[in-house]
Ligand binder design. Structure first.
Ligand SMILES: C[S@@+](CC[C@H](N)C(=O)[O-])C[C@H]1O[C@@H](n2cnc3c(N)ncnc32)[C@H](O)[C@@H]1O
Length: 273
């Protein structure tokens, strides 16, 4: 117990042990995530549904998706995929969560192809358009990001397009270092039965990065989950894309597709291979 708590309370080096899969693969957490995704007005797991329609709308109009292969990385339950397919794209969704994929296949987008895959490790299908939506790029370490961008570049056909969105550094200014401990922390999000949940948030201001470290202690099991978020400026993300061989258009407001006005609004980049 001492070792566990000592590890939990020691500030780790930035992105030490970053592993996006640990959070999403747990079946109970995946079911909670699906429920959050499907609440139309909720913004935790995905955007409110009206914003999803608006964002998918400008992407579809701008890229003219008719007849194009589109790969949605981290597609979740297929909420964007459904709009892209309706706009004429031949959609493939990749995600770690079988529970989300099952919803995508059966309910959200039966015409799409959905595969359980880790986009950091598994091969990506050849495609004309790739999307990575809801700030998922911010959950990656710079090394993971570089690796993913190179893979996406390799999977895109000549003239292909990569669309991704991110949370800007102004949002980091609202974060605080704090801790929390509660019985069934986050209303049962972490396990079906009883558990004690601890959260400690560490900030790395020089990198606009936050780590939420959770320790979930159930009667017969305990686990730690780290969620990293690096808030990125359009310039930093553009540079990372350029390093992988992309040419990026100026930032747009992620939801409306209009030129990005700065501040705390999420932005999107449309990058060409
Ligand atoms: C914040 S949700 C967003 C889902 C969807 N893009 C949306 O906006 O509705 C992130 C999704 O990415 C998936 N994911 C995270 N890391 C992944 C990885 N390395 N490979 C594949 N999927 C991943 C999760 O399972 C989850 O469904």
């Amino acid at each position: 117990m001492f070792d566990t708590l000592e590890f939990f309370t020691k500030r780790p080096g930035i992105f030490d042990g970053a592993d996006t899969a640990a959070l999403w693969a747990d079946p109970h957490v995946a079911r909670q995530m699906l429920a959050l995704h499907l609440e139309p007005g909720h913004g935790i797991a995905s955007r409110p549904h009206a914003e999803i329609a608006e964002m998918a709308g400008w992407i579809a109009d701008d890229l003219d998706l008719r007849g194009k292969r589109l790969t949605d990385l981290g597609c979740g339950p297929g909420l964007y995929a459904a709009h892209f397919a309706a706009a004429g794209a031949d959609v493939t969704g990749l995600d770690l969560s079988e529970i989300a994929l099952d919803h995508a296949r059966r309910v959200a987008c039966p015409v799409g192809t959905f595969r359980c895959a880790n986009y950091l490790d598994d091969p990506l299908p050849g495609t004309d358009v790739a999307t990575l939506i809801y700030g998922d790029v911010c959950a990656l370490s710079p090394a993971q990001r570089g690796r993913l961008f190179a893979k996406v570049r390799g999977a895109l056909a000549p003239g292909g397009t990569f669309v991704l969105d991110a949370f800007p550094p102004a949002q980091f200014e609202t974060r605080e270092e704090d801790s929390e401990v509660a019985l069934r922390l986050m209303d049962g999000f972490w396990a079906a039965g009883d558990y004690v949940g601890l959260r400690r948030t560490y900030l790395y201001p020089e990198h606009s990065t936050a780590l939420d470290r959770y320790l979930i202690v159930e009667p017969h099991r305990q686990r730690q989950v780290d969620t990293w978020l690096q808030y990125l400026s359009p310039e930093a993300l553009t540079q990372a894309l350029e390093a992988a061989g992309f040419r990026s258009e100026p930032a747009r407001d992620a939801v409306s597709g209009q030129p990005w006005a700065g501040g705390g609004r999420p932005f999107a980049l449309v990058a060409h291979a």
